[in-house]
Design a protein around this ligand. Structure first.
Ligand code: TXA
Ligand code: MG
Length: 343
């Protein structure tokens, strides 16, 4: 059997609990899956069911979740304990699968041809009907995509047949894992399974290159060198090039509602749109409830869709009910504070 732990059923082992810092996530008997047909099939099934599975790539181990499933993507942020929503990289078995979610351009085609599968991530515009969760892209109009050069990872990606969002499988602020044992040390109990893909051969993260604008911009140096990229598409700007602002959280293209945003409201007027959490305040012109059950994972999953829906509602402003500053609530509030900041 592929699973090495004694849990007879992953589901049976789940329970919600709170750590002393009141960070909530689902508790698992994390399965260690072998890189054989059975292990890959189990990993694919768990991912399709919305569970989190770590898998090895040639760079580092990723913390994978179904990128088309808002709840799975929110669970990635919860497991990593990230205080803010960074956009995540989506993984595909081949370039054609990636191009169903992003719009490829001439430079992308040339680079994909030269370096995929391999440690290069391309940031491109989302397709109009892109099925990837808005949360995976942190609300941006662009998406980071890559095809990893690892046979087991690609077999898994082929089998699940959906984009898989996967940041490095470490907790926030820690070192990226390059073996299944590192992942277990970081995330055991927080994720459904780790697919043991052996030690990573490259050991540093993929190079991230933004091809969504006029200039190609290097956002993160990594496994494919700048020299190799420039030999393929010509000059590349650096993220510290004067006038080019690329820190993801500060990106000018970061989705910000056009409607003014007011935080921590305790009452709401008929000319306001309400972003609710828990029992909705009465009296708003329109309401989008992030989570009637006051569940922060559900709220994170619905955040960007909610902001877009209320922005389109045409009210005077968006009034936001208080969100607790714990667990994923910190990342939600970080994003809302930016949406509310004077522009
Ligand atoms: O090697 C890797 O890339 C690993 C393996 C697992 O594939 N993944 C990884 O993911 O390092 P992560 O989430 O730790 O790093 C994602 C990087 C971040 O620097 C993020 O800011 C950038 O990609 N990024 C993702 N989407 C972006 C976007 N739409 N625009 C700009 N930057 C983006
Ligand atoms: Mg990382």
């Amino acid at each position: 059997m592929a699973a090495c732990v004694t849990a007879s059923s992953n589901l049976a082992a789940q329970q919600t609990f709170a750590t002393p810092t009141t960070h909530r996530y689902v508790r698992y008997m994390t399965e260690l899956l072998q890189p054989d047909a059975e292990g890959i099939a189990r990993a694919a099934q768990l991912l399709r069911d919305g569970k989190l599975v770590s898998f090895g790539t040639e760079t580092v181990y990723g913390l994978g979740g179904d990128a088309t499933n808002d709840r799975a993507v929110a669970a990635i942020f919860a497991a990593k304990e990230r205080p803010s929503f960074n956009p995540l990289i989506c993984h595909y078995p081949n370039a054609d699968a990636a191009y169903r979610t992003v719009v490829a351009n001439e430079r992308a085609h040339r680079l994909a041809e030269a370096f995929w599968p391999g440690p290069l991530t391309l940031v491109l515009r989302r397709t109009v009907d892109c099925p990837v969760s808005l949360l995976a892209g942190a609300g941006l109009d662009t998406l980071a995509v890559r095809v990893p050069a690892h046979d087991i990872a690609r077999a898994l990606l082929r089998q699940i047949d959906r984009p898989v969002a996967a940041p490095s499988a470490n907790r926030s602020g820690r070192i990226s894992p390059t073996t299944a044992q590192h992942v277990l040390a970081e995330l055991s109990g927080r994720i459904a399974a780790v697919l043991d893909c052996g030690p990573c051969s490259v050991g540093v993260e993929s190079t991230v290159l933004d091809l969504s604008g006029k200039d190609a911009v290097l956002l993160r140096p990594g496994g494919v060198t700048l020299e190799a990229i420039e030999a393929t598409i010509g000059a590349v700007a650096h993220h510290d090039t004067p006038g080019v602002l690329r820190s993801p959280g500060l990106l000018a293209s970061h989705y910000a509602p056009r409607t003014a945003v007011l935080l921590n409201v305790s009452e709401v007027r008929p000319d306001e749109a309400l972003l609710a959490f828990g029992a909705a305040l009465p009296g708003a012109g329109s309401t989008f409830n992030l989570s009637e059950a006051s569940d922060l994972t559900e709220a994170a999953a619905r955040l960007f869709a909610g902001l877009r829906a209320l922005d389109a509602a045409g009210q005077r402003r968006i009034a936001v009910m208080p969100i607790p500053e714990r667990g994923l609530g910190r990342a939600i509030n970080d994003r809302l504070r930016r949406a509310a900041a004077p522009r």
